[in-house]
Design a protein around this ligand. Structure first.
Ligand SMILES: C[S@@+](CC[C@H](N)C(=O)[O-])C[C@H]1O[C@@H](n2cnc3c(N)ncnc32)[C@H](O)[C@@H]1O
Length: 242
């Protein structure tokens, strides 16, 4: 098993845009998700934790925010910079756990989307991040996170093999191996070569987070929490600093 960063640097980062499918449709879904979460237009600071190639950072900037987009994967940050155009997006290569050192002011919006929260190494690390988010948000500020519930939605048998994306040249399949506190995510990439299909496998851990526990952590730090179904089977938690 490799680290999250190695996994993205070596396998998933360069494939991520392709994996999302039609880029404009994916961006439209992201706009809708931010809208559904109650993020309205504003001219303050928004922070995108684990921003990837900018799926949410660009719509946040379109809505008027100055965006700090943080990720550890260089190829995804390069894509994000390319799609930033003239928008006020600062792309930063760093761990999302230390996002506060990149915030010039208290953020009005912090997002951690697309199952990024589960990429943290432990529940303690998630608690640490939640403390930092709660402390940093401006009054009235909002935190939105979407992630998969690997605690209740446990897949079994063949259902653990998930077809992710494919075309004539590549097939990406995901296999989930459940442990007590973590799920090991195996990404299996088949690439067409002259001699036939070649297979590359890389695996990394995700932490199994109970949405109720995440909501309680936010609530204990004084945020008003709403947990609801998100897109594509994810859970969405919206937390406001009153
Ligand atoms: C599943 S992708 C989601 C990307 C984006 N938020 C989206 O919804 O499309 C997870 C992202 O988090 C990044 N990531 C994982 N752990 C991180 C960490 N500790 N610090 C910063 N970025 C991290 C990965 O490089 C990857 O871009």
């Amino acid at each position: 098993m490799t680290s999250v960063q190695n996994h993205y640097d070596r396998l998933l980062g360069p494939l991520y845009g392709w994996m999302l499918g039609d880029g404009e449709k994916a961006r439209e879904r992201a706009r809708q998700e931010l809208h559904d979460a109650g993020i309205s237009a504003g001219d303050g600071l928004a922070v995108d934790l684990g921003a990837g190639n900018g799926l949410h950072a660009v719509p946040l900037a379109e809505s008027g925010y100055a965006v700090v987009a943080i990720d550890t994967c260089q190829s995804l940050l390069d894509e994000l910079r390319e799609s930033s155009g003239t928008f006020a997006i600062t792309a930063v290569r760093d761990s999302l756990e230390t996002f506060r050192r990149h915030c010039p002011t208290a953020p009005d919006v912090v997002v951690c989307m697309g199952d990024t929260l589960t990429h943290l190494p432990s529940r303690e690390a998630v608690q640490g991040l939640i403390s930092e988010v709660a402390a940093s948000l401006a009054p009235g500020g909002i935190f939105v996170t979407t992630f998969r519930d690997y605690v209740r939605g446990v897949l079994e048998g063949p259902a653990r093999f998930i077809p992710v994306q494919s075309d004539e040249e590549k097939i990406l399949t995901c296999f989930l191996e459940y442990g007590r506190d973590r799920v090991i995510v195996h990404d299996i990439l088949h690439t067409r070569a002259l001699s036939g299909w070649e297979m590359t496998v890389s695996a990394y851990p995700k932490v199994r987070l109970d949405p109720e526990w995440v909501g309680a952590q936010l609530g204990q730090r004084g945020l008003q929490v709403c947990t609801e179904p998100g897109q594509r089977g994810m859970v969405r938690i919206v937390a406001r600093k009153i």
